[in-house]
Ligand binder design. Sequence first.
Ligand SMILES: [Zn+2]
Length: 206
Amino acid sequence: MPYNKNMKPNRKRLFISKKTGTSERLKLIKLALENECNTLVFSLDDVFFKNKNQKFVKLIKSYPVNIEAGGHNLALLMPRNLFLFNRDLFRMEQGKRKQKHHFCPTNPKTIEIITNRAQNIFNHVIQGVTAPRIIHLLPEKGYESIWCQCPACRAFRPAEQYLIVVNAVADVLSRFDPNARIMYIDFDTEPEAARIKPRKNTIVSA
Ligand SMILES: [Zn+2]
């Protein structure tokens, strides 16, 4: 079944933190289901997708809920240990590369790494997500507009740099499931001036 725009308001979501333990999760989920929540969202690196706790996975799948994946997961796309020898992949701030928070999205090598990582992640995650599939790709919490100031990136506003990454991941996702969508946030204050067009398989989070 293709994604239907009208479905968006019908999904009432509970984002489940990776750090929440099993018994706490079950309590939260039970409470959420009693309160008309119909969608559970697990982080892209959550144990839910690692098939380690079969009992928990089976139980969740027995509930009449949509399963989605993602959250503030951009950091998963760029291994921080590359910083030592590959600083150009990382974000520039006042002329210096920074290991933390996002990366340099106009570097083709960055996009290559992100693409490979996304491919790897979707390999593990996609089957656990119910169709029509939605993957949330949100910028780092509290650092939404902290992006790269290198000479190439400076031409793009933070929201545009973020969208470059969203589009790269959307291209990977379309190979797994052409009906799946990347959900992202639009924090740009001047949307009419946007030069980066979002891919067709993306939707803006309400
Ligand atoms: Zn840059």
